[in-house]
Design a protein around this ligand. Structure first.
Ligand SMILES: [Zn+2]
Length: 148
């Protein structure tokens, strides 16, 4: 009886320890369509871990909904890289909240934009060769803009 209760308590302790461990561990990211490396700043190949995880999950769902390839032209940008390529100061790319998806034709443009909207992405920029999207809450929501 005594031994049994000790055994029981030990199990509870272990269960609690495991639960705590799980809480402390960063949530692992399971992307079906992307490799995390695709989102790295070209000047810091480990920087893809700075991408917002919820955003990447949304993007992954969007990619599934679209059914066409999402080639990432630009994901995370270090401040230095952003400056080098002429990105705006305060760019959502430097916060890990934006990507540019390669796109050059009208069919894929429609598929990609519809899919982004379907997962709740509310900021989209359209250029001739890419589609920018971000989830930067510090900026205007529900907007689609054009790049010259
Ligand atoms: Zn962009």
């Amino acid at each position: 009886m005594f031994l049994r209760s000790i055994f029981f308590n030990t199990n509870i302790l272990q269960t609690l320890k495991n639960a705590l461990k799980r809480l402390k561990m960063p949530k692992t990211l399971n992307l079906k369509y992307f490799k995390i490396e695709e989102f790295a700043s070209p000047d810091d190949l480990k920087s893809s871990c700075k991408m917002n995880k919820k955003f990447l999950e949304k993007l992954d769902y969007a990619r599934g909904n679209a059914g066409c390839k999402f080639v990432i032209n630009s994901g995370f940008r270090t401040i230095e890289w952003n400056a080098k390529i002429g990105g705006r100061v305060g760019s959502s790319h430097t916060k890990g909240l934006a990507v540019d998806i390669h796109c050059v034709d009208s069919r894929n443009r429609a598929l990609i934009i519809n899919a982004l909207i379907s997962v709740g992405i509310r900021r989209i920029g359209i250029a001739k060769t890419f589609i920018h999207c971000d989830v930067d809450k510090d900026k205007d929501q529900d907007v689609i803009w054009l790049y010259n």
